[in-house]
Design a protein around this ligand. Sequence first.
Ligand code: CA
Ligand code: CA
Length: 400
Amino acid sequence: MPGGFVYTPAAGTVLGYGAHNLHVDFTPTDTANYNNANKDVSINVLSALFSMTKNFDRQAKVGYNHNYLIAITNNGNAAATSMTLSDPLPSQVRFTAVTTSQGTCSYDPGLHTVNCTLGTLGIGSTINIQITTKALQTGTLNNTATVNASQWDPATGGNTASVSHSSIAEVDLSVSKVDSADPIFVSQNTTYTIVVKNYNTPISATGVVMTDNLPASMKFVSATTSQGSLITPPVGSTGIVTANIGTLAVNGTATITITVQASASGVITNTASATANENEATPANNSASQTTTVNDAALQKVLLAKQVLTGGCENTTGNVYLTGPAPTGGTTVNLSTTSLAGVTVPASVFIPAGSSVSPNFNVTTSPVATKQVGTVNATLGSSTVSRGLTINVGSGTCPP
Ligand SMILES: [Ca+2]
Ligand SMILES: [Ca+2]
């Protein structure tokens, strides 16, 4: 019978996942003798409907493993059979391992891709896959996994999951510092020995630089480095010592020595620190300090060659001792006597720089009427040291 059909939805419509009503109206050409007709049909389109998530579990760092975590859940109304997964890995990583909660996974080195045969995934069930990779380079890591199954409906999507994250290079430099000698006196040298280590890292550290800003009272004398080059202040001045160390291999060390001369007393702190081109995992150990006790040379004692003299007959000599070497410019120590009539000493004695003992000074006597018992004194600042001296009565000439 001639007539027209009208379909709802329209003929040729691809039905998506779930329940649908199909309706058709028939209109005959000869409406005088025939009636219109219509019909409804309900159908349920079955499909596996995936929800996929993909994440990474930690910052990607060159030389370290990180994990990609993939979860596939079937939210559809039909089990998915013959499921497969394909995950081409980012070019900057090396495959380490893969595990799956069902089925099997393997790595194809030629395609740098993880492939999985996962079997059947029931309605509402989930498969978890963990892919472990090691970053070899810095950069942006883009990774997309794709799953397929016999019942997958392309119209519903949901069969891919992507993640994009960055890979960084990270090292852990450490710095240690010792000094020798300690304590020292003003004008003496101490040598700092600084060790920079590429510590506890899987990759070389590059562009390593050590800097040491010398204390104001520590004058530069000399420096050495086991590798690279040095930039130093002029000898006798202060400033920054820089060691351009370059590359330190894993657990590699560079040793720098810096010799300085103390120009003032005190407890002097000096700090060295190091940096590299790479990110630093533990900044706290990138610097190290060392304190050095610098003492002023103090009066120690005054000694006399003889401590009993006959007045006008005998003379002697004395020496002043310091606890350490006299500083740059030397030290002048004042001399005097107490209760010693007829005894003469110089007003002072000069101790040259670097020496801790004065040259001999003369103690001369003249005749005395009564026995003299007193001291020869040496004074530096507020400090005085003394040595006893007795002058016996003499005629002014020595007995034969
Ligand atoms: Ca560090
Ligand atoms: Ca020290």
